[in-house]
Design a protein around this ligand. Sequence first.
Ligand SMILES: Nc1nc2c(ncn2[C@@H]2O[C@H](COP(=O)(O)OP(=O)(O)OP(=O)(O)O)[C@@H](O)[C@H]2O)c(=O)[nH]1
Ligand SMILES: [K+]
Ligand SMILES: [Mg+2]
Length: 383
Amino acid sequence: MSTVMQKIKDIEDEMARTQKNKATAHHLGLLKAKLAKLRRELLEPSAKGGGGAGQGFDVTKSGDARVGLVGFPSVGKSTLLNKLTGTFSEVASYEFTTLTCIPGVIVYRGAKIQLLDLPGIIEGAKDGKGRGRQLCLLGASIFYKLNASFSAAIPNCDGVSAFMVDDQIDSVDLVASKCLNVRVISTARTCNCILIVLDAIKPITHKRLIEKELEGFGIRLNKEPPNLTFRKKDKGGINFTSTVTNTHLDLDTVKAICSEYRMHNADITLRYDATADDLIDVIEGSRIYMPCIYAVNKIDQITLEELEILDKLPHYCPVSAHLEWNLDGLLDKVWEYLNLTRIYTKPKGMNPDYEDPVILSSKKRTVEDFCERIHKDMLKQFK
Ligand SMILES: Nc1nc2c(ncn2[C@@H]2O[C@H](COP(=O)(O)OP(=O)(O)OP(=O)(O)O)[C@@H](O)[C@H]2O)c(=O)[nH]1
Ligand SMILES: [K+]
Ligand SMILES: [Mg+2]
């Protein structure tokens, strides 16, 4: 059951051991491609039934946009949900209080924004590093709590029995924690914006760990899709051109990556200094480019000097969920990052309705999209 995870770990270990230089670039490119393929496998529905329905949490999308709270345990995600939406999600000082997805709604500037509280991300689950006995028991208890819908709902967990003997708890731990992360991140993929919640008094490295976890599952944060074209052909080999000098990719690396995908004929054109990861992203497709805000919580615990530093970092928004500090600032930022468009309609012979705008997303805001939103037949009669 954990073979995919084991393979991922092996490749990550090999990458860590491999020195980065010109001679190893193509081999590293190949490993990166292998890793991307394995991670995709982890997200795909299991071949043996079980189905893909359980990849994310089963919460119906509603409103004009969806925002997800992602972070390590006990950083204050549920407290934030409660304060921002008035919904109830259990808050406690112990880790993994929340084990499922709890939605709430924020009405802001006429838009309905669905906010999702999610379980904490489990550190090290990605590379199979446990935290010894403590995490083993935690994994087991998460597993028991989730078990009712567990093996049916989660890919790559088929056949895990709830009645594992003690020496198997290690693998239960790994599977349970991995699966919980997969569910959280699969749900995060359905969002229009992610709020990475950080604890102001925890190490700054936590930010990078959460980012890596999300990146590992195809989410690209505050990033534009790579400006490169990849065109498959029937013959002619690999043709690699670039309009700029590139420092990351050479023909050998490009060929190694393409061969991993069994693509031996393709035109690849770069318009910027792209990396191997960028090329893999384009070949893989299904990457999600998403705005992300770092909500640094519990600022009531730090000094003013520390706060001033945090406040200057890009995409950061310091808050105290518990004391309700700067929640308006956070909402403003969410609004800005969602980049929604409000359209006010004016009924014939009446004043425009400034109370109830039609909300369009940043990606779908043409007149056509507007018509679609009002009524499916509107476009046909539209002049
Ligand atoms: N000092 C301080 N404590 C906070 C703040 N926000 C939340 N807490 C506390 O942090 C603890 C964890 O809060 P939760 O909201 O349960 O955190 P969570 O991220 O949802 O935790 P899990 O569901 O277990 O992943 C609780 O004891 C909260 O009271 C804050 O702004 N300042
Ligand atoms: K908690
Ligand atoms: Mg919680």
